[in-house]
Design a protein around this ligand. Structure first.
Ligand code: PBG
Length: 337
């Protein structure tokens, strides 16, 4: 009989992976309900929740259902929601004028949620894409060959003040125009809204992973058929240094929280940002990241509960302090068990 093979090892890292309780003791990253921000879509009227085909499990809510959903989230320990309006096509125009209506859907939604669930943090997107017929995040130049940066910022600033006055805790400019964070900070302060914070979409890439979201808010035109690309304002997915430039600008202009978006395919950027700033870092697990897990799970190719947990754990491990994710409710439910 051959002599049994034995390694003479001092270090055997597997010792600490031997049992579940040992593994628990040495785990470095833990997810909790308070890590999550739930993005929610809101519609006008009193209709039943509208499912979004490319985002199974996600619906657009009328305000009364939105309030119920927010209450449920708060009860589960989710501290924040990010609200996105889906407008009737009739209300859209070239200039996105409905963004500045005094009784805009988003403002009514914010007031209703604040009143019913005051402990919940509310953030809203500052960008024109739900309001424009062309689906761009800003207004176009007369030649319609570019998004007019400064004229867009002029509108976004007014929008941010309206949202702040409606009770939003954090305005979240997602438009990627130059100089908008500073201009919004100044306008908020001038309006006496010094307590309203800015969560800046600082590092937002021109990503193909936003497809399902554009179905959800009906802003797909700019992404596909229109000649002008969102790549003229969102970042090139190939670039890391540009991300650092945008981060530095938003910090200098007064961002309270900085965001990286998308999250899963950009873990290196989340880590870079984490190392470069002392501000809290948010990451947005976007609609396409959600849809791909849902689709694979539906085909029986991936275990949904385990992959969603792992995908979010990886985002937190990379350096995110908080994660916007369409899995927020399921995760909080699971983590509470
Ligand atoms: C637009 C906005 C987008 C998302 C959040 N805000 C889409 C876009 O830039 O076209 C995407 C979110 C997601 O995909 O989940 N201001």
């Amino acid at each position: 009989m051959a002599e049994s093979f034995k390694l003479d090892l001092t270090q055997r890292p597997r010792r600490l992976r031997r049992t579940a309780s040992l593994r628990q003791l040495v785990t470095e990253t833990v997810l909790r309900p308070a890590d999550f921000i739930a993005p929610l879509f809101v519609i006008d009227g009193k209709s039943a929740p509208q499912p979004i085909a490319s985002m199974p499990g996600v619906s657009r809510f009328a305000i009364n259902d939105l309030v119920k959903e927010c209450r449920a989230l708060a009860k589960l320990g989710v501290p924040a929601v990010a609200l996105f309006p889906k407008l009737d096509a009739r209300l859209k125009d070239e200039e996105g004028t409905a963004a500045l209506h005094e009784d805009a859907l988003i403002l009514r939604a914010v007031r209703a949620v604040k009143k019913a669930v005051p402990e919940l943090t509310i953030m809203t997107d500052i960008a024109l894409d739900p309001y424009t017929t062309h689906g761009h995040d800003g207004v176009l130049t007369p030649a319609r060959d570019d998004v007019d940066n400064d004229r867009t910022v002029e509108i976004l600033v007014k929008m941010a003040v309206l949202h702040a006055r409606a009770g939003v805790d954090l305005v979240a400019p997602s438009d990627m125009m130059d100089g908008r964070v500073g201009a919004i900070r100044q306008a908020l302060d001038a309006a006496g809204c010094t307590g309203t914070g800015i969560m800046a979409y600082s590092v937002k890439f021109a990503s193909a992973y936003y497809g399902p979201f554009r179905d959800a808010v009906g802003s797909a035109t700019a992404a596909g058929t229109h000649l002008l690309s969102k790549a003229t304002y969102q970042l090139d997915p190939a670039n890391r240094r540009t991300a650092m430039t945008e981060l530095a600008l938003d910090e200098a202009e007064g961002a309270d929280i900085v965001m990286v978006k998308p999250a899963g395919p950009y873990l290196d950027i989340i880590r870079d940002v984490r190392n470069a700033t002392n501000k809290p870092v948010a990451a947005y697990q976007v609609s396409g990241e959600y849809a791909q897990l849902q689709a694979a799970a539906k085909l029986g190719w991936l275990d949904l509960a385990r992959t969603r947990h792992e995908s979010l754990l990886a985002i937190k491990r990379a350096g995110a302090d908080m994660i916007l994710t369409y899995f927020a409710k399921e995760m909080a439910t699971e983590l509470k068990r």
